[in-house]
Design a protein around this ligand. Structure first.
Ligand SMILES: *Cc1c(COP(=O)(O)O)cnc(C)c1O
Length: 426
């Protein structure tokens, strides 16, 4: 398709967008009375309008039924979380029984490492990407130290090449082979939070399995954004948060995937609690732990229903739309954004550099050479919410559920005037 940087063209794309009505399903913050142009759905997704209803339902049941709500609420609380597994499994390419919702992301990665990082004197190394999301770095280091190992011995970081802004799959595969039978675990962010790169999860998983290692993925920036086939790829475990592309509210619960081959087994070490034991006999309060036959075996506590409710509301929307149409729109809107950036770059004789490689999802990370934080502030004042990383990287994620092509056009115009006005002053 030949793009044009004009309002009329952007409006045509919107008119032809099969998801255009979903924009009205979300609450937009306002600046000077107008809906913002929201590029930070990769950080905190907008609130779906229907979420309130789901939360109100729980509040009302608690008010009217109190403890009886566990069994007699319209959506009873004791198995409320089970409603999330089927729609969530579709989002991540899993079987329903391989998915559960519990805790928060970093906590879950720790919990899953109890099962899947069991270092021996020979096989104890972990491969991850350099400059992983800080929480993942702290998590890996503290896990290694917990096992009495030194991070510098056990953690192998895959580096980008000098002068390059992305990781090469071949470098990762080579490193996996090199570490070979010392490799206990590969744990990488499936979509990098900084440059937006989508890792080749299938190839990396396959290669790690070949050397006998476990493979886990942190899917914080991948869930609800990119095509995932966790089951078919043979991934051992994965976890993701629900508040980024999945629009379920600040700090909300995390989804967990455990491959079918580890389900219904008593020989897998795990930190256990009463919500992981068979629900048929759970309330007999027996001393023996009988694991649930699905990923719920990893559940420890009874889950917070007030947090499950917004996740369920959001999943209902994912289920209505499906990942394919979301991904199709994502590809088109990101391509249009890239085009608009190129046009503005030309018009302002600027020097933007997109550091996101072609293996991308919803996010473009852009160096704005010669521009400072004042440009970011200008964008904010003009109703554009972006994510700024010092010294001059801007991360733009036009979430396909609620961003429009017209937004991309208007953003380009605001960016242009911001550069013309402010960029030169500095
Ligand atoms: C957002 C994000 C997290 C956040 O973890 P929480 O435990 O939910 O605070 C972790 N890892 C990655 C890669 C992220 O992008």
């Amino acid at each position: 398709m030949e793009f044009k940087n004009s309002l009329e063209f952007a409006q045509q794309l919107d008119a032809a967008d099969p998801l255009k009505d979903y924009r009205n399903e979300f609450h937009f913050p306002k600046v000077k009375g107008k809906d913002v142009i929201y590029f930070t759905g990769n950080s905190l997704g907008l609130q779906p309008k229907r979420t309130q209803e789901y939360i109100d339902e729980v509040m009302t049941a608690w008010k009217d039924l109190a403890v009886e709500g566990h069994f007699h609420a319209e959506k009873p609380w004791w198995d409320y979380h089970e409603r999330l597994a089927a729609p969530l499994a579709k989002v991540v390419g899993a079987k329903t029984k391989e998915v559960t919702v519990m805790n928060t992301l970093s906590v879950n990665l720790h919990m899953l490492m109890v099962s899947f990082y069991r270092p021996t004197s020979h096989r104890f190394k972990i491969i991850c990407e350099e400059k992983a999301f800080p929480s993942d770095q702290y998590m890996l280091k503290s896990q290694v130290q917990f096992h009495g190992l030194q991070p510098e011995d056990a953690i192998v970081e895959i580096k980008k090449r000098e002068g390059e802004h992305y990781w090469r799959t071949s470098d990762i595969l080579d490193k996996i082979k090199e570490v070979g039978d010392e490799l206990a675990l590969v744990l990488i962010g499936g979509v990098n939070y900084y440059n937006g790169q989508v890792f080749n999860m299938e190839a990396i998983t396959k290669s790690a399995k070949e050397v006998g290692a476990f493979v886990g993925w942190d899917l914080a920036h991948a869930a609800g954004n990119v095509k995932l086939k966790l089951h078919d790829w043979g991934v051992d475990f994965a976890a993701w948060c629900s508040y980024k592309y999945m629009n379920s509210g600040p700090g909300n619960l995390s989804g967990v995937f455990v491959h079918e081959q580890y389900l219904n087994r008593v020989d897998i070490p795990r930190f256990e609690g009463w919500w992981g034991t068979k629900k048929e006999t759970r309330f007999l309060m027996k001393p023996e732990f009988e694991p649930m036959e699905n990923a719920d075996a990893w559940q420890v506590s009874n889950p917070p229903i007030l947090s499950l409710a917004p996740y369920l509301a959001s999943l209902e929307m994912f289920d209505e739309v499906g990942m394919e149409p979301l991904i199709a729109k994502r590809d088109l809107i990101v391509a249009y954004l890239e085009f608009v950036l190129g046009e503005i770059d030309n018009e302002t004789a600027g020097s933007f550099q997109i550091i996101t490689p072609v293996e991308r999802g919803c996010q473009l990370s852009v160096f704005l050479h010669g521009q400072g934080k004042d440009l970011f502030n200008y964008l904010m004042d003009h109703g554009v919410i972006t994510d700024w990383r010092e010294p001059n990287v801007i991360r733009l994620a036009p979430a396909p559920f609620y961003c429009s092509f017209t937004d991309m056009y208007h953003f380009g115009q605001i960016l242009k005037s911001g550069i013309q006005l402010k960029g030169k002053v500095k």
